[in-house]
Design a protein. Structure first.
Length: 242
């Protein structure tokens, strides 16, 4: 039996009159790479934030790893990479990783191993002692990803993890996500790249705060009678419009 590590029930977030996330019912199984796609402003970031308790939902509820959000007991088993930069530019790459590891009370031995692997994955081993302020935009982004993963979370939310990252490294990131998946970890990410969306096990298509379609990339394309996910999205968006 598959275990659902993310479950939301009619999860809704309003900003005044605006319904940024509308009655979201979601179930994400362990060991899955789940991709949220949709245009700018469709509610992907807000959905991730209410799902993991960083924003209080207006109504509805969410459970992560079998604990009601906002979680306390399982917080160290969850990772989050925000869309906006959330690392310290006046610290080095190493100091940032150490800081995040410290927040999760990692042991020194575990941290050293994790740091080595992650620096390799983000291809910044030689910049370990550079101040983050001196790195390029894409490099900062890579450090931010490593910080979200340093404590070896079993469920990780990555909001546009590959934006601004060069194609070769993007491929490296996806190989790493596949490794996480085969280690039984669950990855929930957002992306605007359709070549990435097709690599997800399950894709959720959002539009105007609503989940308009969800399924494997193949099933979504088949149901829409299209050969690309982009066209499948457009077909679903059209169907939903009045
Ligand atoms: N703090 C806030 N206050 C008011 N409105 C907000 C706030 N955060 C988001 N919104 C609005 O909620 C809607 C959804 O925004 P959100 O950031 O979730 O979209 P997104 O799908 O992540 O977009 P993008 O692809 O650009 O990252 C937008 O209309 C946005 O303007
Ligand atoms: Mg966003």
């Amino acid at each position: 039996m598959t275990e659902d590590v993310v479950v939301t029930n009619a999860l809704t977030k309003r900003f005044g009159e605006l319904v940024a996330v509308s009655s979201l019912d979601l179930k994400i199984s362990r060991g899955v790479v789940y991709g949220l796609i949709g245009p700018n402003g469709s509610g992907k970031t807000t959905a991730i934030k209410v799902m993991n308790g960083l924003l209080r939902a207006t109504s509805g509820s969410a459970r992560l790893l079998d604990e009601e959000v906002p979680v306390r007991g399982v917080i160290h088993r969850i990772g989050y990479m925000p869309q906006e930069m959330a690392i310290y530019t006046d610290l080095t790459v190493h100091e940032n990783l150490e800081l995040f590891a410290g927040m999760y009370s990692m042991s020194r031995g575990n941290f050293e191993g994790a740091e080595k692997d992650l620096l390799e994955m983000i291809d910044l081993a030689e910049r370990r002692d550079s101040l983050v302020a001196t790195l390029s935009g894409g490099m900062k982004h890579r450090v931010s990803l490593a910080c979200a993963l340093v404590h070896d979370p079993e469920l990780v939310f990555l909001d546009e993890p590959t934006v601004g990252v060069d194609p070769e490294l993007r491929k490296g990131f996806w190989d790493y996500f596949a490794e996480l998946k085969s280690a039984g970890k669950t990855v929930v990410l957002t992306t605007h790249y359709m070549d990435e969306a097709v690599r997800c096990d399950i894709v959720g298509m959002m539009r105007l705060g609503e989940m308009i379609a969800e399924g494997t990339p193949e099933s979504l394309m088949k149901a829409a009678g299209t050969t690309t996910l982009e066209d499948a999205f457009l077909a679903n968006a059209k169907e939903g419009s009045v």
